[in-house]
Design a protein around this ligand. Structure first.
Ligand code: GLN
Length: 470
């Protein structure tokens, strides 16, 4: 690893599934291991893994951090959960999130906000907590980012080795950056969404949170591939790969998209980004400025497409089939209405309303169809850049380090999401793989990360470069 980051976790050192060097050897020796019953052990045997609470788990409550799904127990496992179990993983628990994964702070679920483990780190306390407050656990703490904040916190605090998140606009990469862990959003279609309760079906992907890039590759190998239950998955089986130790990056072309110099980007992160570009340059890689001109429309476009899909997806929660049902007995319609009023928070209800507005007969062409066209333009920008010979894009993941909770909740969910997704959302529009790599500690003693975006289905190249940088 060329990049020496200040620390990888609040308090402890690096820890990984097998250790970087042993990763390759581990996989081989693993195959030879047998269980006491004489069965070959799975690659994840005994590995504790946490799962975001929007993946269905048979026999265990799946809530999406919403009153609507309180008490809901799925009769089946999401494909990714089943794959983890089949390969020997131990499901350690379900992790907290923003209600139905709508958010970027993990502050908006019914179980309350997720606290960033770094809030209690020596580094943060020394640099940012006034001595007079240091014993006061109720103030000063910072958010994890979201919406997969529970998963990021679980990995960052060494509660588990890896966790599943979901990523529709940045929900795996954003909390990974704020919690100092690796967060991989794979190419759309590489990992099955079957059993992931949908937010935006055309952009959702299961995300992988780990402590190092090698671990992300192991998890990817365990999860990726065709699923007959998700028609959007690739047709082929996926061949798991081990990551080589890249020694020569001189043939690589790294693109720096100029549009990612977004308003609000902290000077610290900007400096880190150019330092990282220099690191590649010095190692012989070609570093070029590129342009993705339609990226600036991705947030507004996302607002239309997300809410439209939400309006449609959430229609199923009517009090009859899943979870919560209101006591209102006046009529079936009033039972539906009361169930939805009691079950969903303001954010979800607001998105359903907006989405239904965009889908009205008189608005459909003007908003929904137009947003889909813009989405194509956003995706085509990436295609052009990659066709021009650029291999990987390097950008920041977030505009700044994690905000204190009290500051974060000052703004409404929509404004916050619009800001927080600005550097991550376009990759979802285009379905491209992207990864957050923890990079340094900020002046306040909190982790910050950088993002690499790769070509469709070129996870091996993306992860190899990320590992080199890590
Ligand atoms: N912040 C975005 C939203 O609220 C993205 C969420 C996600 O990726 N799940 O919709």
């Amino acid at each position: 690893a060329r990049w020496r980051r200040a620390a990888t976790a609040p308090g402890k050192g690096q820890g990984s599934l097998g250790g970087r060097e042993e990763a390759a050897a581990g996989r081989e020796s693993h195959a030879a291991c047998l269980s006491p019953a004489g069965q070959p052990l799975g690659i994840l045997d005994g590995i504790p893994i946490a799962v975001k609470d929007n993946f269905n788990t048979a026999g265990i409550e799946t809530t999406c951090a919403s009153n609507m799904l309180k008490g809901y127990i799925s009769p089946y496992n999401a494909t990714v959960v089943q794959k983890l179990l089949d390969q020997g993983a131990v499901l350690l628990g379900k992790t907290n999130l923003d209600e139905f994964a709508m958010g970027s702070g993990s502050t908006d679920g019914v179980f309350g906000p997720v606290r960033n483990p770094w809030s209690y780190s020596k580094q943060y306390k020394e640099k940012s907590v006034p001595k007079s407050h240091s014993e006061d656990k109720e103030s000063n703490w910072v958010i994890t980012g979201g919406s997969s904040g529970g998963s990021a916190a679980a990995v960052s605090s060494f509660t588990c080795f890896a966790a599943l998140g979901s990523d529709t606009g940045g929900s795996t990469r954003n909390p990974a950056a704020h919690c100092g862990v690796v967060g991989l959003k794979p190419t759309y279609g590489l990992i099955s969404r079957h059993g992931l309760i949908p937010l935006v079906n055309s952009m959702d992907v299961p995300g992988i949170l780990t402590r190092c890039v090698d671990d992300a590759a192991v998890l990817l190998g365990s999860l990726a591939g065709h699923d007959p239950k998700d028609s959007t998955t690739i047709q082929d089986d996926f061949k798991p790969f081990e990551l080589p130790n890249l020694t020569d990056v001189s043939k690589l072309s790294i693109g720096i998209p100029k549009e990612y110099h977004a308003p609000g980007l902290s000077s610290e992160i900007l400096a880190l980004w150019s330092k990282a570009a220099d690191l590649f340059r010095k190692a012989g890689a070609k570093v070029v400025e590129v342009s993705l001109p339609h990226t600036r429309y991705s947030i507004v476009c996302y607002h239309v497409l997300c809410t439209a899909e939400v309006a449609s997806n959430m229609a199923r929660f009517d009090g009859l089939e899943y979870g919560h049902r209101s006591d209102m007995k006046d009529s079936t319609e009033s039972m539906y209405a009361a169930t939805r009023r009691e079950g969903f928070n303001d954010v979800v209800r607001g998105r359903i309303l907006s989405g239904n507005y965009f889908l009205l007969k008189q608005n459909y062409e003007k908003y929904f169809v137009k947003a889909q066209k813009v989405r194509r333009l956003i995706a085509n920008d990436f295609v052009k850049v990659f066709r021009s010979g650029v291999d990987i894009l390097l950008t920041p993941t977030t505009l700044s380090d994690a905000a204190p909770y009290t500051e974060f909740i000052q703004e409404d969910n929509r404004t916050r999401s619009a800001q927080d997704d600005i550097l991550t959302q376009a990759a979802n529009m285009a379905g491209l793989p992207a990864i957050n790599v923890p990079t340094a500690l900020s002046e306040r003693g909190l982790p910050v990360g950088l993002q690499f975006i790769g070509r469709s289905f070129q996870e091996k190249q993306l992860l190899t470069v990320a590992k080199w940088f890590e």
